[in-house]
Design a protein around this ligand. Structure first.
Ligand code: C5P
Length: 388
């Protein structure tokens, strides 16, 4: 069943980002109801939120019309999450002290779960000891602070206090609702493509973006696991909340994995590891005059094959195949001593390497199931369902 989000909007110029938050939450299927304070209504009309969220927007405690339902109690009990964005210093101070002088703060007093505050204000207001104390005390009471980013503020100051970006706020909401079924599990994930040096400025690489590995790491973290990522070259940022160990070559990746694999329950090898490295690699940049005409290659270690898996560990590998897909993947499953192999077809340009989407077949020792084209984040969840 879709979750209910009660969004409290206070007065702050960052309110324009919250319109986008509402749009994104709506697209994700959340049920939304909104309360705006009087100052919020000075920045944006309730009609904007009403139209984007296709939802009720309440502004007044004592409005015209029916009062058969005690609105602030009803809204508070309807909500699965009370999200306040932007959360002003004033509203946080009031909620911390139990003041209920408008519909939003009255709802907060009547709400018996954790409130998620998305902090947004001028740097000095944020650093003021009174605000800091309120933030600290609200956290001690169990509420969730989505802290602000640093950057250029509307008051032309560069500093802390910028409301997090809409996608970051939505991610916090998704994390809040995410089942925590991987709590206590330790997962090692590899991501990206290894780089095999030819000289200090040239290398052999591949098209892996790291998106699949990072999607797995992010979802595993959201689902409560302790996650370490070993990242080769990637074109996207490592997700927050996970330990990130950067490597370049297959040799370095092998070293980092074998140094710590014992401590992990699961290894998910999503990295595209180069099969070969350069045998005649040079320490100095190769010049035309060097007559360097032949690149000599030697085989890299097969990392998965080189690991000693204990009976309680589960290893999952990936296979990027272009022909005889299932047959080749099954061969790798047994050769590499894997529990599952995730087969992706890299012959199509709209999925696989570099794309946000993938279409995979998961092959186990006994079972095999296909996942239709989906976002890498959704596929990550399905892979993690195998080990929960
Ligand atoms: O043999 P192939 O490269 O197709 O196998 C893919 C799987 O094996 C991936 O999970 C990849 O991370 C892993 N691999 C490895 N060591 C290599 C090459 C690939 O562990 N040298």
């Amino acid at each position: 069943m879709n979750k209910n989000i009660l969004l409290g909007v206070t007065g702050g110029v960052a309110i324009y980002k919250v319109v986008d938050v509402v749009s994104r939450l709506k697209k994700l299927g959340y049920n939304i109801k909104i309360i705006m304070t009087d100052s919020a209504c000075e920045f944006v009309s309730p009609m904007t939120f009403e139209t984007i969220g296709k939802c009720d927007v309440k502004t007044k405690m004592f409005h015209e019309g029916s009062h058969k339902i005690v609105e602030h109690i009803d809204l508070a009990s309807w909500a699965d999450l009370f999200l306040i964005a932007p959360a002003s210093a004033n509203t946080m101070a009031k909620i911390n002290h139990g003041i209920a002088d408008n519909l939003l703060t009255s709802c907060a007093l009547a709400y018996d779960k954790k409130i998620m505050f998305c902090v947004s204000m001028n740097t000095n207001m944020l650093n003021n000891p009174a605000t800091q104390k309120n933030i600290r005390e609200l956290e001690e009471k169990g509420h969730i602070m989505v802290s602000s980013n640093s950057g250029l503020l509307a008051c032309n100051v560069v500093g802390d206090g910028r409301l997090k970006e809409p996608w970051e706020i939505v991610e916090e909401v998704e994390k809040y609702f995410c089942k925590k079924d991987l709590t206590g599990k330790k997962i090692l994930v590899t991501a990206g493509g290894t780089v095999e040096r030819i000289d200090p400025v040239r290398y052999i690489g591949n098209d892996s973006s790291g998106k699949m590995g990072y999607s797995i790491a992010k979802k595993a973290y959201m689902r409560g696991a302790e996650v370490t990522v070993i990242s080769a070259k990637t074109s996207v940022e490592c997700p927050d909340g996970v330990e990130n160990i950067k490597v370049e070559s297959a040799d370095e990746m092998q070293k980092e994995i074998s140094n710590r694999i014992e401590k992990f329950d699961y290894l998910i090898m999503a990295a595209a590891v180069s099969d070969f490295k350069v045998a005649n690699k040079r320490d100095k940049k190769i010049k035309k005059s060097d007559n360097f005409n032949t690149l000599e290659l030697k085989e890299n270690p097969d990392i998965l094959k080189s690991l000693h898996k204990n009976e309680n560990q589960i290893f999952i590998g990936f296979a990027a195949e272009t022909n005889n897909l299932i047959e080749n993947a099954k061969k790798k499953l047994s050769e590499k001593n894997l529990d599952y192999i995730v087969l992706n077809d890299v012959s199509k340009s709209d999925i696989g390497f570099n794309s946000d989407y993938n279409k995979v077949t998961i092959i186990g020792k006994e079972d095999i199931f296909e996942i239709e084209k989906e976002s890498k984040l959704n596929i990550a969840d399905k892979i993690l369902d195998l080990i929960k």
